[in-house]
Design a protein around this ligand. Structure first.
Ligand SMILES: Nc1ncnc2c1ncn2[C@@H]1O[C@H](COP(=O)(O)OP(=O)(O)OP(=O)(O)O)[C@@H](O)[C@H]1O
Ligand SMILES: [Mg+2]
Length: 270
């Protein structure tokens, strides 16, 4: 079987004829009595920024974690660029960069040494590793503080190094789970600009945030999740048009509140 299955997928989106990079089919994941992800089916296309939005406990991080192969679905199928998350996890791990919601850095090492560690895990070394670290640090504007220890950073600085770590190996797909929580508005501005630049270079990104305005700035399409299910999935402009509003926030609120009314749930299931 050819190892380079990237973009050899013959699955095309019906509307746009853009290749489907990630196919998620009837995926369910339970933790004890909680169904975190409940029969989710979505296609994610090459080069798009795809947003997951929904209340606390909606299942966003669990879905993202299954895409990273760190969490296994109980049922259903996820195929990324032709590779199955169940049987071909090592091939998928090489293709993805993951910015986890919970910061994953060694506090007693400097930001630079953390990046060296992560780069080494991706097989980068020598001159290339140094170049990639410098590039990633510039991306998050952390060159000046890179030699300081992580436990001396502010919360936002840790977040920025967390993002840099996911970019070192130039992943085909970037998974960003609430990457800008606690980041100041100026840094956020730079990060969002940089994300748009990555998109223009052909980076596929899956993005979650509770900041709907940020989602609107960044995402091409959005899936609205509640209680493990996808309630709506469409382009941002189509969602607003269908609801007859100019505000994505109103769309998201109405879709989720209406689902809660139907299911009789109060807030969410956390
Ligand atoms: N490892 C786990 N063990 C038990 N339950 C879990 C685990 N991970 C997630 N859950 C549960 O699954 C549900 C979905 O959680 P998840 O973290 O995916 O939500 P989320 O949409 O990312 O929420 P948030 O916006 O708060 O980050 C929650 O009810 C949560 O308590
Ligand atoms: Mg989450």
């Amino acid at each position: 079987m050819p190892r380079d299955k990237l973009l050899t997928s013959n699955v095309l989106s019906k509307q746009s004829e853009i290749p489907v990079l990630i196919s998620i089919r009837q995926v369910t994941k339970k933790f004890g009595r909680i169904t975190a992800v409940d029969g989710v089916t979505i296609d994610i296309y090459k080069d798009e920024i795809f947003g997951l939005v929904g209340p606390n406990g909606a299942g966003k991080s669990t879905l993202v974690s299954m895409l990273t192969t760190l969490t296994k679905p109980d049922s259903g199928e996820i195929v990324i660029s032709g590779f199955s998350v169940l049987d071909e996890a090592p091939s998928i791990r090489k293709m993805i960069g993951f910015v986890p919601q919970d910061i994953a850095l060694y506090p007693t090492l400097s930001g630079y040494d953390n990046l060296k560690f992560w780069g080494g895990l991706y097989g980068l070394k020598g001159k290339l590793l140094k170049e990639r670290i410098d590039e990633a640090l510039s991306f998050v504007a952390m060159n000046d503080r890179a030699r300081d220890k992580v436990n001396e950073y502010s919360g936002g600085m840790k977040r920025r190094i967390n993002i840099a770590a996911a970019l070192l190996h130039h992943p085909v797909i970037l998974l960003m789970d609430e990457p800008t929580v606690g980041v100041d508005i100026i840094s956020r501005h730079y990060i969002i600009d940089a994300i748009k630049n990555l998109k223009n270079k052909g980076q596929t990104i899956i993005y979650t945030s509770h900041d709907i305005e940020e989602m609107e700035l960044v995402c091409d399409r959005i899936a609205i999740m509640n209680a493990g299910r996808i309630l709506k999935c469409d382009r941002v402009d189509s969602l607003k048009k269908e609801a007859g509003t100019k505000s994505l926030k109103d769309v998201v609120l109405e879709v989720i509140l209406s689902d809660n009314r139907k299911s009789g749930s109060k807030l969410n299931r956390v």
